[in-house]
Design a protein around this ligand. Structure first.
Ligand code: ATP
Length: 297
């Protein structure tokens, strides 16, 4: 086999709490992670030379700040990490079709890294287990271990302690990202400076998700990082309010933002809300999709 394709899916956080800080500065989190039907495509080709090169296709969309396609791209980093682990000398050409909004709280970079690890494991017939790929992944980013498997999971520790949950599959979800990007590191830094933090009830969120109780989930959903991002990016609140006014059962920011998602009873409700948000002209990306349980489909 000389080339392998993988899909790299985006996630949203149905719940996000920060519970402390490790001595090395990493934040301890308690998050309910959910894959959604937005993905990047990755094709990895073996090359004879030892270089790892990358080509990024934005599907004709013009990005104000395109990603670096150099050694610092998480795809290239992931390829280097797994090659080192496997003692492989040759390189790769990676073609990335980027659709997941960047710096948006949707783990796009982490998911690309996870997809490259899965791809090279297959391409080289290396036989690394899921756990081994996750161990490699955590050195690239705290969300990478989750992105190796995706689906519905609770993530503890710094994000790498994973507990699978009952799949919260095929729920209509609207994802809307305003033009600005947000730096995850800056948001965590600003969170440390807050005097008071409103912690969401992650156990209640887990229960509502596992009971597939969308209305119950809407009542208890919470993201502690919203207290930081919302005052700096009031558009987050505007989008959430529009989603709620347009029929969302619940709406919240994902990750460090600024992307906002809404949960809907039907695909039709979700599509109508997408049209309404698009017509408001305040978002760069508006995608009506569904939650996904299995990233291998
Ligand atoms: P998270 O939800 O995990 O905090 P995010 O969605 O906020 O992530 P990403 O889109 O993953 O943010 O990107 C964060 C930064 O990572 C980007 O600003 C970019 O500099 C860097 N990066 C490197 N490689 C990639 C990649 N393949 N895709 C996206 N970002 C990448």
């Amino acid at each position: 086999m000389e080339q392998v394709r993988e899909k790299a899916y985006a996630k949203v956080n149905l719940g996000l709490d920060v519970t402390g800080r490790r001595e090395d500065g990493y934040h301890l989190v308690s998050m309910v992670m959910q894959t959604v039907g937005i993905c990047d495509d990755i094709v990895v080709y073996k090359t004879k030379d030892p270089n790892i090169s990358l080509d990024i296709d934005y599907g004709g969309v013009h990005l104000a700040n395109p990603l670096s396609a150099g050694d610092d791209n998480l795809c290239a980093k992931a390829a280097r990490v797994i090659n080192e682990r496997l003692g492989i000398q040759h390189g790769y050409f990676i073609h990335l079709t980027k659709r997941i909004p960047v710096a948006a709280g949707m783990a796009g970079g982490s998911s690309d890294a996870a997809a490259v690890l899965r791809a090279i494991n297959r391409l080289e017939n290396a036989g690394l287990s899921t756990e081994e790929l996750q161990e490699l992944g955590v050195s690239l980013g705290a969300d990478v271990p989750y992105c190796i498997l995706g689906g519905t999971m609770h993530a503890g520790g710094i994000g790498e302690v994973l507990s699978p949950m009952k799949p919260f599959d095929q729920v209509p979800i609207l994802v809307a990202k305003p033009p600005e990007g947000v730096s995850t590191a800056e948001v965590y830094h600003a969170l440390d400076a807050l005097e008071e933090i409103q912690h969401p009830d992650i156990q209640a969120i887990r229960k509502a998700v596992e009971d597939r109780d969308v209305e119950g989930l809407a009542n208890c959903m919470g993201n502690v990082l919203m207290d930081v991002t919302l005052p700096k990016h009031p558009i987050v609140g505007t989008i959430r309010d529009k989603m709620l006014a347009g029929g969302a059962v619940g709406s919240m920011m994902t990750g460090s933002g600024p992307t906002v998602f809404g949960l809907y009873k039907t695909d039709e409700d979700c599509r109508k809300a997408a049209e309404m948000i698009r017509a408001a002209g305040i978002c760069e990306t508006v995608i009506a999709t569904r939650t996904i349980a299995d990233i291998t489909r």
